[in-house]
Design a protein around this ligand. Structure first.
Ligand code: 6CS
Ligand code: FE
Length: 301
């Protein structure tokens, strides 16, 4: 099938463009109230900024266990040369491990934990499944940056995600501070879609997960977003949890401090927003980066 028009067109023209968001930020639905759902006030803040950070959502003892699990997984998958283990550009250190909810029962359970799942369902207004999961390790001295991007731009073009109806849940596994390259977000940026220039090469993910060069917004658009919304960094102690909309512009600096910065990402997508064909004749990315083989929503624990 050839798509004649795509409301979120990108990487198909040689000019950048800014497109207004065509989708709700918070979807009405059957999961608006639950044990761990956000308050009205919190939800309003999420809707306005495109993210919300909850300090101390997970207790220290639990976070320490998750960090241990993440490190073991990184070491084991790096040693075995699994495709899920992505190395730092020009280095040997493990940068990210993907599909952690498939590799570890601890992370699998966490995806169904009410503290996270209630919020994801509340925001997306439906049952949800995991589109992508990963740990970003950003080791001290060696962890390289993640340049500015909207996840949705990549998921729409490279994975065929139809609409903006996914939310990333980030569990801080170590403290994130001003020294170790915390995530930076542009408040309000989720309301604009930055259409990027450049054609995407086949199997782009092999390169982009180490260092992204396509699907990168232009400087004029970034300036526009930051002038409107400013910047915020997601600093906080381990156990804090950040929920951010799939179209929120974000990035992070490299970590030249001695302190490692490890974060777990669970991306929830609505079951009503399952993946289509990628745009521009691209081959679908592998299952460990973009899940297609899920038949039903997550069962809450
Ligand atoms: O390509 C992806 O799906 C990923 N790339 C980045 C830089 N962020 C989100 C996602 O993990
Ligand atoms: Fe991202």
């Amino acid at each position: 099938m050839v798509l004649v028009s795509d409301i979120y067109q990108s990487r198909s023209d040689n000019e950048a463009a800014i497109i207004l968001r065509q989708d709700p930020v918070v979807y009405p639905g059957p999961y608006a109230k639950g044990e761990f759902t956000l308050s009205e006030h919190q939800l309003r803040s999420y809707r306005k900024n495109g993210f919300i950070q909850l300090r101390g959502l997970l207790p220290e003892s639990e976070t320490a266990e998750l960090l241990r699990e993440a490190r073991e997984l990184a070491a084991a998958s790096g040693r075995r040369g699994l495709p899920e283990a992505v190395l730092e550009p020009g280095g040997e250190e493990v940068r990210s491990v993907f599909r952690v909810h498939g590799l570890s029962t601890v992370f699998d359970r966490l995806t169904r934990d009410g503290r996270l799942l209630d919020v994801a369902r509340q925001i997306l207004g439906s049952e949800v499944y995991i589109h992508q999961s990963r740990v970003n390790l950003k080791p001290g001295f060696a962890g390289k940056e993640f340049y500015w991007h909207s996840d949705f731009e990549t998921w729409h073009i490279e994975d065929g995600m139809p609409r903006m109806r996914a939310v990333s849940c980030v569990v801080l596994l170590t403290e994130n501070n001003e020294f170790n390259g915390p995530l930076m977000l542009v408040p309000g940026s989720h309301m604009h879609y930055i259409s990027c220039i450049g054609q995407t090469p086949q199997d782009h993910y092999k390169q982009s997960l180490r260092k992204q060069e396509y699907g990168v917004p232009d400087e004029t658009s970034l300036r526009f977003l930051v002038q409107r919304g400013g910047l915020q960094s997601a600093k906080g102690p381990a156990g804090s949890v950040l929920f951010f909309d799939c179209n929120t512009m974000h990035g992070s600096n490299s970590n030249i401090s001695p302190f490692p910065r490890a974060n777990l990402f669970l991306v929830y997508n609505s079951v009503d927003n399952r993946l289509d064909d990628p745009r521009g004749g691209l081959r679908p990315r592998p299952e460990f980066v973009a899940s297609r083989a899920v038949d039903s929503g997550l069962q809450r624990l």
